[in-house]
Design a protein around this ligand. Structure first.
Ligand SMILES: *Cc1c(COP(=O)(O)O)cnc(C)c1O
Length: 364
């Protein structure tokens, strides 16, 4: 390793400027904390599912590469998820990977990846990773869709892909269905509706796929209660997915996630019950926040966005009380003084509210 002096080039020199400028994606250490920051399901895996997975795990041929087509999982999805028979399915290592695959395939020079703002941060980050030009179209101040503005931006920028989260993260709301369908029809590019929070929303675009050939629906098992599996799926026209399949790395979804996801989805009554409990607790939490004269935004997801004076102080005071939520203030001007709390177990929710009351008194 004897290099002549001056020949070693540093990361600073070789890494792309836009990557140097990025902050690393932040994950807080949440050991021994009430963890309400990442939209995880707080409940353990239902016992019957855990038993099935445990038994099947020992029979997995871990010496072999996983089934590249994930046929068992594919079949389970088709029999449990109301996927139109003519639509194709593609799997990702989380839906984050699917966003990245779509972007890699569409990243012609100057191609635009569009979304609304504030929304899911990975759309912007992945546009950066893949050298797409990101255009974020502001929402209205109540976080509803600014239809005219989105319409005009689509005309101006002709995005290769438009990503819209339904419900939106971090705001929690569902955009108007009819407005979204008009946008899908007007957008000459691809529209991807990201239904990551589908288990908590009573609305989907899955049934609209066949009438809208440039529409794809993306989902994940992460928010349902299987975040650790890293499994997302994309549904839509074969013409799109067959191109994206070429960009997908072989064996991107391991044998264990394939088997565990198939087991969980074919025995999903208990998971559905957990989602229902989370929805009910969410609605109760919105009421409880509003009773405290806190601005809490309507949510169709498993989290609530709320606004308090001095959000940073409140966030830190909660953290000092071992309750971890998310401070969104620094992420976008429209989210000034906004915090986001994930719905936990009833006990966790209670502890959050007690800590919040103490923190609000402390921060005055
Ligand atoms: C959490 C989230 C995802 C990412 O999910 P993974 O499948 O865990 O990668 C995608 N989209 C939105 C809007 C999310 O909130």
């Amino acid at each position: 390793m004897n290099q002549p002096p001056g020949s070693v080039r540093s990361a600073q020199e070789l890494v792309r400027e836009e990557i140097l400028a990025l902050d690393a994606y932040q994950v807080h250490d949440a050991r021994d904390m009430v963890k309400l920051d990442a939209m995880e399901n707080p409940y353990p895996l239902p016992a019957s599912v855990a038993a099935t997975i445990g038994a099947a795990a020992s029979a997995l041929a871990l010496n072999r590469y996983p089934d590249p087509a994930a046929l068992d999982l594919r079949q389970t999805l088709r029999s449990t998820q109301n996927i139109p028979a003519d639509a194709a399915i593609m799997f990702g290592n989380g839906s984050d990977e699917l966003i990245q695959i779509i972007a890699m395939a569409l990243a012609k020079p100057e191609a635009v990846l569009m979304s609304v703002e504030p929304s899911f941060v990975m759309y912007r980050r992945i546009a950066c990773y893949t050298r797409m030009r990101f255009v974020g179209v502001p929402l209205n101040s109540d976080f509803s869709l600014d239809f005219q503005r989105l319409h005009d931006s689509i005309e101006e920028h002709a995005p290769a892909a438009l990503f819209l989260a339904y419900p939106n993260n971090p705001t929690g709301n569902l955009f108007d269905r009819e407005a979204l369908l008009r946008i899908v029809d007007e957008n000459p590019g691809l529209t991807v509706l990201d239904e990551a929070y589908h288990p908590f929303a009573q609305s989907t675009f899955m049934d609209d796929l066949l009438e809208h050939p440039n529409l794809l629906v993306m989902r994940t098992l992460s928010k349902l209660g299987l975040a650790s599996l890293r499994l997302g799926f994309l549904v839509g026209a074969e013409g799109w997915l067959s191109q994206f399949e070429k960009v997908r790395l072989p064996y991107n979804v391991g044998a264990f996630p394939q088997m565990a996801a198939a087991s969980a989805l074919s025995d999903n009554e208990a998971l559905k019950k957990q989602a229902k409990a989370i929805r009910d607790d969410r609605d109760a939490m919105v009421r409880q926040l509003r009773e405290r004269a806190i601005t809490a935004f309507d949510s169709d997801a498993n989290f609530i966005l709320f606004r308090v004076p001095r959000a940073r102080e409140i966030f830190l005071a909660l953290k000092a009380r071992r309750v971890l939520i998310k401070d969104l203030s620094p992420t976008h001007p429209m989210l000034e003084n906004c915090l986001r709390v994930t719905i936990g177990t009833p006990d966790e929710n209670r502890r959050f509210l007690i800590a919040l009351d103490e923190s609000l008194r402390e921060a005055v």
